[in-house]
Design a protein around this ligand. Sequence first.
Ligand code: SIN
Length: 494
Amino acid sequence: MIKTDIIIVGSGIAALSVANTLCKNGRKAVIITKALKSSSNSTLAQGGISVALSENDNYNLHYNDTLEAGCYKNDPESVMTLVSKAPDVLEEFIKTGMKFDTDEKGNLLFGKEGAHHISRIIHAGGDRTGLKVMEELFSRINENITINENEMVLELRVKNNECGGVITRDNHGNINSYEANYTILATGGIGQLYPCTSNDITITGDGLAMAYRADIVISTPEFVQFHPTMLNINGKTMGLVSEAVRGDGGILINQDGVRIMEGKHPLKDLAPRDVVSRVVYDHYLKGDKIFLDISSVENFNGRFPYVSEICDKNGVDLSKNIIPVRPGAHFHMGGIKAKPTGETSLPGLYAVGEAACTGVHGANRLASNSLLEGLVFGRLTAENIMSSDRTAPRFDDEIPNIQIEKLPDKNEIRNKMMEFIGIVRYKNKIPEIIKWFEEYIPSGSDKPMGKIDFTKTTNSEFEIYNMLTAGYIIAKAALKRNESIGAHYILDKE
Ligand code: SIN
């Protein structure tokens, strides 16, 4: 048994925000991450951070845009907490050394993205915001934080409705049991459940699956956001083409040069993501080729160095001013139900960032609100923990005698998810995928996709089991929701 005070699972922006607040206040924590610490969606993030800091903006306007994009399925109180705290958190981040992009006079530059009625997105390094912010946060970590890379958290340790830490397998194959007073899940979302995604390869719904096995309340998992513009090379997704490109004048066209968002929404190419994704997908299914026309974007290479780099690597000639695109899974609005201060339904367990569903995103997340959520709610979670006093319950681990009998290939799961629970959904088809998932329920489970004997699986098998579990949870919730709203778009309404 390894005794610790605080465990943070994951190493993206939410995890680092918690860790930074803790360590600068003298609290120790262990970050456990299943790959390298840099393997996260945060590091890949191109879009920036939305914050009401420009002269003609205020947080009430940010609040309104967040609710409108979320189809008013958001938790208004959580949204208000996020947008009202954002200016102070970002101002302090800047004052203490974080460099966002500015004009020659040193004034912050504000960009625009989908569904924002005002330019309020700040960037760093053009489209390398995620990387720059993560580099800054890692540089602030002090000796109070230990980072264990290549160690996979398999289960939460739970007894008598309390969380007392985690069970992991490290890179030597050892099973470790950590006793912790506070356990924080910051494992990110579920992007790798789909064949086309902007997400890091490690993002396989592990936190969601673990929470489900521990009977923790999960909220609106059916809301999965697709981003309209992934770089599309012969049907394969080779990275994201930031929405900020459309914010700077990029236009979606078909192979004949016709604007595809004309007449589809008053905000046209900058309509909410769910709307744009459906239009692009519709064309894609008809066999059209869709491109981003960047001819009116000034200084494309300077403004979007990362997109330029991935285009270049994949043989896209930017001098032709068109980039081939298609939609892909991008963000999970649903997840482990949590407060902005991190508490979940299980005492001792906290969730932050994309793994959590704090209700801020509703049925469709507003662009550039996710790095913001990680920063702001990560800090609130750390402050909450610092002001509480909790001792981990003492108990012995129990390993269930349930074995995985068979597992599909990861790509089989991805293709099924896209077909049945993708950008558009048919209610009458969802039972088919649920039935398919049910073929993989190990016999003797106390519930579908319940706890298994992790000592008898490899990490890679366990990851597939987590993907199956997360997919099953999403499918069940999608079947339950009858209204067609935001990212849950049903084509065969009763
Ligand atoms: C993007 O750059 O388009 C992504 C930004 C986001 O997801 O908020």
